[in-house]
Design a protein around this ligand. Structure first.
Ligand SMILES: C[S@@+](CC[C@H](N)C(=O)[O-])C[C@H]1O[C@@H](n2cnc3c(N)ncnc32)[C@H](O)[C@@H]1O
Length: 322
């Protein structure tokens, strides 16, 4: 049966619980009448709080590449009328989306990366191996390749690279070999089927703490959605679009993402990048960011108790200077 985002609007099982809500919006320091971008609208929790704190004239532009998320968030934000603008768009195209609205700069931006509950709890989207579904994993269903396309067609070496690089999976080579062998018997089409192939490489589950397929699923999802390149490119654009004094806050959920955020902020906060042996600065580089969170902020014990998905969240923020 086809997946219909509109039919899922009011299913409370699919509600996304916003992570680090107060902490993130506090760091943005929203001001009444400001223009803010939420690049990962999801369930609309952060956007809603931004709209509350910027009334009566503040504007929040919410982007999500996922049609289902967008339909649900638009419904949630409808009480704010024209102050909430939602667009189906990848945040790496934020500059174009803003230009379409006649905007060249913003007062703040939020990225809350990764999946929403809506994705994980909709088996048809193929992100979860807890319930069987087609091996899809596309956040934007207009993307050409699904996870099934990758596991059924990529050479073993490329699968190994993806599993190692994006999943930090120690058994990457063995898993890729098992996938290559399995697909000679017929295409790999479902999430549970892939999870079983991955698990066959590990000692019997459940003695392990996490399911053996967890890192492989993370790796494939990152590859399908080109998440690392998107994050690096998107951050560059958002930082450029910030007005002086404007802030960007990013919540990441695994070390690869957090590393990209940290490195990007550090690069922008650097002044001179001349080799140390130069007696005087010749590069003339000036910092355009001030890092606001010297260390990433994590969820409190209370938040983790009520929403275990917040356990791995890391929040970093920086302010545009100059
Ligand atoms: C963790 S959820 C965001 C939850 C949201 N902050 C809230 O309070 O409900 C992440 C959302 O970002 C979207 N997303 C992920 N990467 C994206 C990208 N590159 N461009 C646009 N949306 C993206 C996903 O489709 C998902 O709906």
């Amino acid at each position: 049966m086809g997946f219909n985002p509109k039919s899922e609007i009011r299913n409370p099982q699919l509600e996304h619980i916003t992570v680090l809500l107060r902490e993130t919006v506090d760091l943005i320091q929203p001001r009444p009448g400001g223009v803010y971008l939420d690049g990962t609208l999801g369930g609309g929790g952060h956007a809603e709080e931004l709209l509350r704190r910027t009334g009566p004239d503040g504007i929040v532009i919410g982007l999500d590449q996922d049609e289902g998320a967008l339909v649900r968030a638009a419904e949630r934000l409808s009480p704010f009328g024209t102050r909430a603008v939602v667009r189906r768009e990848n945040f790496r195209n934020a500059a174009e989306a803003l230009a379409d609205l006649g905007l060249e700069a913003i007062d703040g931006a939020i990225l809350d990366l990764g999946l929403s509950w809506f994705h994980l709890r909709t088996p048809e989207r193929g992100f979860s191996f807890q319930t069987d579904g087609p091996l899809d994993m596309r956040m934007d269903q207009r993307t050409r390749s699904t996870a099934a396309d990758l596991v059924n067609t990529l050479p073993r070496q490329e699968l190994t690279r993806i599993l190692r690089e994006y999943g930090e999976e120690k058994k990457a080579a063995l898993i890729a070999k098992a996938i290559e062998k399995a697909r000679t018997r017929g295409p790999i089409t479902s999430t549970v089927q892939l999870a079983e192939i991955v698990s066959s490489v590990f000692p019997p589950y459940p003695p392990r703490r996490i399911h053996p397929a967890t890192l492989s699923f993370q790796a494939l999802r990152i590859a399908v959605n080109d998440e690392m390149n998107t994050l690096a490119a998107g951050l560059e654009d958002l930082i450029r679009l910030l007005r002086p004094g404007g802030r960007i806050a990013v919540i990441s959920f695994h070390s690869l993402e957090d590393r990209i955020v940290k490195q990007s902020f550090v690069e922008h906060a650097k002044t001179c990048i001349c080799p140390p042996k130069f007696p005087q600065c010749r590069c003339g580089k000036r910092a355009d960011l001030l890092i606001v969170t010297k260390r990433p902020i994590s969820a409190s014990e209370a938040e983790i108790a009520s929403n275990p998905a917040s356990r791995s969240a890391k929040l970093r923020a920086a302010e545009k200077v100059g």
